[in-house]
Write a protein of this length. Structure first.
Length: 202
């Protein structure tokens, strides 16, 4: 059985990309990372990809007339490389049907809250300001809505009384970096089934 061909989309530091690349390097994750897609030419994740030997597709959204225009170009590149799974790992752009439709059920996102609570930007800050006692991390399929796709897996993170937003964020990011490689490994092993909004892992 051939290895699952994965593309990672990221916009910033790339710590979740690094977690995936490290898991592949350490033979804990049996996939190939075919491509990093990044919308910010100065993002640190690009250097992480270079050091990991992963090709990059870097673009500036303002160079295109629409989101659909650059997403169509990305889809063509993904199809050319035979990519089977897209992992949105800190990709800070809304995706359109141009990307979602050809990859529905084959595109996942990681979000730093227990969805459906606190979707959108700054999920950690939203949860902290709200005063929740329990938050966490969600990996879900992408359906074109705002963090609204079927949930694959979640991990909880307790909010301590003496937490700051920064200390909470540190634990949430550490949780992301273990949960995301685990989910990708389950998908690569064929253990994840999607039926409507229900996802089973077995």
């Amino acid at each position: 059985m051939s290895q699952l061909r994965v593309a990672v989309f990221a916009s910033g530091q790339g710590t979740n990309f690094q977690a995936l690349a490290d898991a592949v390097r350490d033979q804990k994750l049996d996939v190939t990372i075919e491509l990093l897609v990044c919308d910010k030419p100065s993002a640190p994740v690009i250097e992480r990809a270079r050091l990991a030997g992963v090709d990059t597709f870097v673009f500036k959204p303002k160079d295109y007339p629409s989101r659909e225009a650059y997403e169509s170009e990305i889809v063509a590149e993904l199809e050319r490389r035979g990519v089977e799974l897209i992992v949105l790992a800190g990709y800070m752009r809304i995706v359109t049907s141009a990307l979602v439709e050809p990859f529905y059920g084959r595109m996942i996102n990681i979000h730093p809250s227990l969805l459906p609570a606190f979707p959108g930007v700054n999920g950690i800050g939203q949860a902290f300001e709200y005063g929740v006692k329990l938050t966490g991390v969600t990996v879900h399929y992408v359906d074109g809505g705002l963090d609204s796709g079927p949930i694959i897996a979640q991990r909880t993170v307790e909010v301590a009384q003496d937490d700051t937003e920064a200390s909470l964020a540190e634990r949430i990011h550490a949780t992301e970096q273990t949960l995301l490689p685990w989910v990708v490994a389950q998908i690569a092993a064929g253990r994840v089934a999607l039926d409507g909004r229900r996802v089973t892992i077995g």
